[in-house]
Design a protein around this ligand. Structure first.
Ligand SMILES: [Zn+2]
Length: 123
């Protein structure tokens, strides 16, 4: 995945993050606004903001924020967009819909079957 694509998906993840932050307070949201103005591939300040945010959210919301955090960390490591199970690149159309996706569609189905879940991937 080239850096333009990566920036695109980072923006999607940041937009999702701000959506969660706005449910808490404007201060958190503006903290994210500041870090987003200075988009870098490595940003530990951002990680701290996300951790603080996750603490204030409900379990379900906090899990979604943790997924975003992990996706951003994979972006820093350079493994973003690759399936954690088989290592193949995840279809970009899938990442557009689920930018936090850890697996390609095939492995996602296998992982969910193993968990005994019948529901589709959560957004
Ligand atoms: Zn896979």
């Amino acid at each position: 995945m080239n850096s333009n694509k990566r920036q695109h998906f980072k923006k999607l993840l940041m937009a999702e993050l701000r959506r969660h932050a706005q449910q808490i307070d404007d201060e958190q949201a503006s903290a994210l606004e500041i870090t987003n103005d200075d988009v870098k591939d490595s940003d530990h300040a951002l990680h701290d903001v996300i951790q603080g945010l996750a603490l204030k959210l409900s379990d379900n919301e906090s899990q979604m924020v943790a997924d975003i955090d992990q996706a951003l960390m994979r972006m820093e490591e350079g493994s973003y967009g690759m399936c954690l199970r088989c290592g193949r690149e995840i279809d970009e159309r899938r990442l557009e819909v689920v930018p936090t996706a850890r697996y390609d569609a095939e492995c996602q189905a296998l992982v969910e079957a193993a968990k005994g879940q019948t529901a589709g991937p959560s957004l």
